[in-house]
Each structure stands twice: as C-alpha cells, then as structure tokens.
Design a protein around this ligand. Structure first.
Ligand SMILES: C[S@@+](CC[C@H](N)C(=O)[O-])C[C@H]1O[C@@H](n2cnc3c(N)ncnc32)[C@H](O)[C@@H]1O
Length: 254
C-alpha cells in the first residue's frame, strides 16, 4: 500500500472490527461527563465512535480528521444514529477548529503519536489550546515507550482471524519493520500491518508512529500553556509509572 491505511476505504472498513474494544471510548466519555463538558473537540476522530457516544449523552462534538476514508465512515455512523445536529465533522486538523469553540478536547486512539516531528506535535497542541475556552480541558494518551514489548509484535503473537463485514473472514497481523532511535523526542517505530482479505489478497500497510517518553510529553504540554492535572498509566486511572502501558494526560487551559 503506497498511501496511509487511513486513506484506504477497504482497509478502513476493517478498523472498527479490529478495534471493537470500548475501554478507551468509555474512559473518555466518562471523563467528559465528569468534567461537565458541553462541547468536545475530537481531534483525529477517525470513524466517529466516540463522537456518537458523546452525542448520545447530549454533548456537542466537532470531529476533525485529515483522512477522507475515516471521516466518510464517521459521517454515515452519525447519520445512522440521527445525530447530525449534535456532531459536526470536518476533514481537517486541530487548525480547523474555531477559537474558544470547545470546553474539552480529546485525542483518542494514540492520535498524539501520529505527530511524527516535534514541531508538528507543538503545532497541534498550540491549535488545541486556541480551540479551548479558558478553564477547558485536554485529554489524550500515548503508549508508554518504557513498557513496550516489541518482541511480542510479530505474526505469531498478533495474528487474528475475524469475520469480514461483507462476508467471509480476514486475517491480520503486525510486525515491527524499523526502529529509529531518538533519545531527544522518543523512538520512531515503523510497523507493517498485514491483511489477508476473504478473496486471498495479501495487503501490507506501513505505519510509523512516535513513542514519546513521559518527560517529553509533560514538557511539551506545559510548553503549550496547559497545566497538567493528571497523568494516568492505564484505563483504570492508576498512576503512571515505568510499567504502565499508557500515558494518559489530563491538562487544563488556565
Ligand atoms: C488510530 S486512529 C484513531 C481514530 C479514533 N480517534 C479512534 O480512537 O478510533 C488515528 C487517527 O489519527 C488521524 N490523524 C493522523 N494525523 C492527524 C492530524 N495531523 N490531525 C488529526 N488527526 C490525525 C488519522 O487519520 C486517524 O484517523
């Protein structure tokens, strides 16, 4: 595949099958309710699962995502749920959010790791800060590089066969293809996602993500003007430590 998987409609159709777990969406929905959020900016909203979950609880959502194939699925999900009045979807990025338009901004599904270079991450945080009203909150998660077990990223450990939404079965697995070490910003890891479709086609999607350590994430969030409220290490809200699988940030705009 010579383009990102997020731009491939056939591949994106399988995204929700492969990510059927709701623990992260449940986590952010509960946080939004607790914070009393009325208007959420869902940055990198993908196929719109969280947007619909929030809108069902009476919370307005603006979802932005640069990938047309993802936004298209989000649009039909929102339309099917008859939530067009509560959810606005934009093919774009945090730069397309209106100033002071949200009281809670989220980046869910490791979206923060898609900003490969530090200037892109800083820019996303700057736009997010501008999109929030004073007193508003930002929450996002990034995988903890200290707790990564890359030896488990191979065909044997990650291989799964599941029902294809159009009938038949598909098989998928992940493999690490390259690691570019970077002591300053965290490693860049490239993985190959293999898929065998029901008609036996074997497609390989390549994805590179940045694995920023806690110290870099903390410093960059503060540099953007946020005050950090919590850094959790997992969806049960345990405190982050070196063994935590996730680094989940909650920060506020003063
Ligand atoms: C793993 S998906 C997560 C989607 C969704 N939030 C979820 O949890 O299911 C990562 C998403 O980040 C989006 N993304 C990539 N670069 C982005 C950027 N610069 N701004 C906003 N979103 C971006 C991708 O298009 C993709 O939809």
């Amino acid at each position: 595949m010579d383009h990102p998987w997020t731009e491939d409609p056939e591949f994106v159709r399988l995204y929700d099958v492969e990510n059927a777990g709701m623990w992260d969406f449940d986590f952010y929905r509960e946080l939004a309710v607790e914070l009393g959020a009325r208007q959420v900016a869902d940055i990198g909203c993908g196929t719109g699962v969280l947007a619909v979950e929030l809108a069902r609880r009476g919370i307005g959502v603006t979802g932005v995502d640069p990938a047309a194939a993802m936004i298209e699925i989000a649009r039909s999900r929102v339309a099917d749920a008859q939530l067009n009045d509560a959810v606005q979807l934009i093919r774009g990025t945090a730069a397309d959010l209106g100033p002071s338009s949200a009281d809670f901004a989220v980046m869910v599904g490791h979206v923060a790791q898609y900003f490969l270079h530090r200037d892109q991450w800083d820019e996303a945080l700057r736009h997010t800060f501008a999109a929030l009203r004073p007193g508003g909150h930002l929450a996002f998660e990034s995988r903890n590089p200290q707790a990564m077990h890359l030896d488990a990223w191979d065909a044997e450990s990650t291989r799964e066969t599941q029902a294809h939404p159009d009938g038949g079965e598909f098989t998928s697995w992940l493999e690490v293809a390259d690691i570019e070490h970077d002591d300053a910003d965290g490693d860049l890891i490239t993985a190959h996602g293999h898929t065998i479709y029901p008609d036996a086609r074997h497609v390989v999607a390549q994805e590179t993500l940045r694995y920023r350590p806690l110290s870099v994430l903390r410093e960059s969030v503060e540099h953007a003007g946020f005050v950090i409220r919590e850094i959790w290490g997992d969806w049960d809200r345990s405190a982050a430590d070196e063994d935590s699988p996730e680094l989940i940030f909650l920060a506020s705009k003063p």
